[in-house]
Design a protein around this ligand. Structure first.
Ligand SMILES: [Zn+2]
Length: 139
């Protein structure tokens, strides 16, 4: 896609710190990192989000993430790695080209707000109704 920043990175029109590439996938360091080693894994073919990405590219992105997370463990020895993937403006997706964040965590860093929330049981009847509604909508 012409004015997509990630498509420009894949083409090399915008420089990046590449960590991995194969036929379908490109991975590079986020230049606005939440933590050291914050890596973005993207499909080479433009797709906006999880609604749009073809299954083959989705599988390739997640297979590559397994290789990259192994490398992150070896290179940086984090205490954990958060995998974060946002869909749509309402979920704070900023670049509208599917991307999976790999965010290494170490003990002295602040918690990721999205990965630490207070557990309190919801309305079981409402959860049951929502589950049925989603299940019925699965094609
Ligand atoms: Zn793109």
């Amino acid at each position: 896609m012409e004015d997509c920043i990630f498509c420009k990175i894949i083409k090399g029109d915008i420089p990046s710190f590449k960590v991995y590439e194969d036929d379908r996938v490109f991975a590079f360091e986020d230049i606005n990192p939440i933590s050291r080693g914050h890596t973005l894994v993207i499909p080479k073919a433009h797709a906006q989000d999880l609604w749009e990405i073809p299954e083959e590219d989705l599988a390739a992105v997640h297979k590559a993430s397994k290789k990259i997370i192994a490398a992150i463990k070896k290179a940086l020895n984090p205490s954990g790695v958060a995998c974060l993937q946002l869909n749509g403006r309402g979920a704070n997706q900023v670049v509208m080209h599917y991307h999976l964040h790999l965010i290494p965590r170490s003990g002295d860093e602040p918690e990721l707000p999205v990965s630490s929330w207070e557990l309190s049981q919801g309305d079981m009847e409402a959860i049951k109704e929502t589950a049925a509604k989603i299940a019925a909508a699965i094609a």
